[in-house]
Design a protein around this ligand. Structure first.
Ligand SMILES: Cc1cc2nc3c(=O)[nH]c(=O)nc-3n(C[C@H](O)[C@H](O)[C@H](O)COP(=O)(O)OP(=O)(O)OC[C@H]3O[C@@H](n4cnc5c(N)ncnc54)[C@H](O)[C@@H]3O)c2cc1C
Length: 385
């Protein structure tokens, strides 16, 4: 094994590992980040469509994503890297009484957790999104401070910032084991050797179960496949991300927005879930989502799709991430199970992990860490997972 020693080793240069490395390095903790792929963000990060919302149904996810929004919205101004941040907001539309009731019930939790969100009447919704099909529209929620950015450009930006401040990266290297002594982490093994460290952060996304297994730990993270697509760029006509949570044959919700360069980016949640690590596109996806999107917004029938792709959600049974120190193994931190929101959670999680490692936790962090603790019962389900 190499004799190189690092303050912290992060497994995974993805949506969570990259901002975490950047924020740790800013605080003088120089991590080593190891990834099995050739460059930053090649796991699920590059599959994300770039939606960033604090509109969730639990306080922990709302707080983490409010912090992420602060990072994404100020990044370009503070650090100069373009990341295509746009503050278009998010809207969850209601065409049936069921969705209106469910969304209104969540409003109270969301407002109590500090989210700027309100209910828009049918007329207000049509004024915000004139392209929506008006028949049956009842209104919906609108959170104007949510937005979007480019997952690849922000991965690059976090990577650059981390390297500038002394973080090191090893790509094309796979973590294969953890070295422990008397209940403490002392190092990590890879297919190219190994490194000494007393702190390991598992940020390995859809591969988290295997990586936890190297430490003799179990996390209930199961990957499932989701597809997305993008149209050719068109003139700006759509400001917020539109989310339709009505179920239909073969799918649960779907969501889409117009990103800064003009393309419509879209994604659907299959029902039943397609469990596994298959990242090959299917022929069913495009007709299924196109039918739903054109039904909701008829003018989209004219948009030409440029490409589709498929990636993995690292799912947990309750739809919330698993974050915190491992029980029974000193020096090991779980930062896994980001489900369909790892891109938007990444900077908030990175800030939280940095506070944990610099002993600078905010008073509110205790509640977040309790809600997301590794050993919880995983009983409920986050409504907007
Ligand atoms: C189609 C689609 C659309 C999505 N849209 C959004 C969206 O709009 N907004 C949003 O917030 N989220 C979205 N997501 C979800 C988001 O992409 C994930 O939640 C997020 O990328 C997970 O982040 P992560 O850091 O946990 O994992 P990743 O980004 O996958 O990073 C984990 C890294 O760990 C590495 N790794 C794993 N095992 C090992 C090992 N043994 N050794 C070395 N390296 C290892 C992997 O190579 C990988 O690079 C979407 C996902 C998909 C598939």
């Amino acid at each position: 094994m190499s004799t190189e020693t690092f303050d912290v080793v992060i497994v995974g240069a993805g949506s969570v590992g990259l901002p975490t490395a950047a924020f740790l390095a800013e605080q003088g903790i120089k991590p080593l980040v190891i990834d099995q792929f050739a460059s930053p963000g090649q796991g699920s990060n590059k599959a994300a469509i770039g939606g960033i919302r604090a509109t969730h149904s639990t306080a922990a996810k709302i707080h983490l994503c409010l912090e992420s929004l602060r990072v994404f919205s100020t990044w370009e101004e503070m650090h100069g890297d373009p990341i295509e941040w746009a503050q278009g907001g998010y809207t969850f539309v209601a065409y049936r009484e069921e969705e209106e009731r469910a969304l209104k019930a969540l409003l109270m939790i969301q407002q109590a957790a500090g989210l700027n969100i309100s209910w828009l009447s049918r007329q207000e919704m049509l004024a915000l999104v004139p392209a929506l099909a008006p028949e049956g529209l009842r209104g919906g929620t609108y959170s104007p401070e949510d937005g979007s950015a480019s997952p690849m450009m922000s991965a690059r930006a976090f990577y650059r910032r981390a390297v500038e401040n002394g973080a090191q990266f090893r790509f094309n290297e796979r973590v294969t084991g953890l070295i422990r002594r008397r209940g403490m982490v002392v190092g990590i093994r890879t297919d190219k050797g190994g490194y000494a460290t007393e702190t390991v952060i598992n940020a390995s996304g859809a591969w988290a179960k295997a990586v936890s297994g190297f430490a003799g730990l179990d996390v209930p993270v199961v990957p499932d496949s989701h597809e997305a697509g993008i149209t050719e760029p068109v003139a700006p006509f759509l400001k917020p991300m539109v989310v339709d949570i009505r179920p239909a044959a073969g799918s649960k919700n779907y969501y889409f927005y117009q990103h800064k360069p003009g393309g419509i980016v879209f994604c659907i949640t299959p029902e039943p879930a397609i469990v596994g690590t298959d990242r090959r596109e299917t022929s069913e996806y495009l007709p299924m989502i196109a039918r739903r999107m054109v039904g909701l917004m008829p003018k989209l029938a004219n948009a030409k799709v440029r490409r589709t792709w498929r990636g993995l959600y690292p799912m947990t049974p309750d739809g919330s991430p698993i974050i915190g120190w491992a029980q029974g193994l000193e020096g090991y931190i779980h930062a896994v199970g980001m489900c369909g929101q790892g891109y938007m959670l990444g900077p908030g999680v990175g800030k939280l992990l940095t506070r944990m490692l610099t002993k600078a936790e905010h008073p509110a962090d205790a509640a977040t860490l309790h809600e997301l603790r590794p050993g919880r019962a995983f009983g409920g389900v986050e409504a907007l997972k």
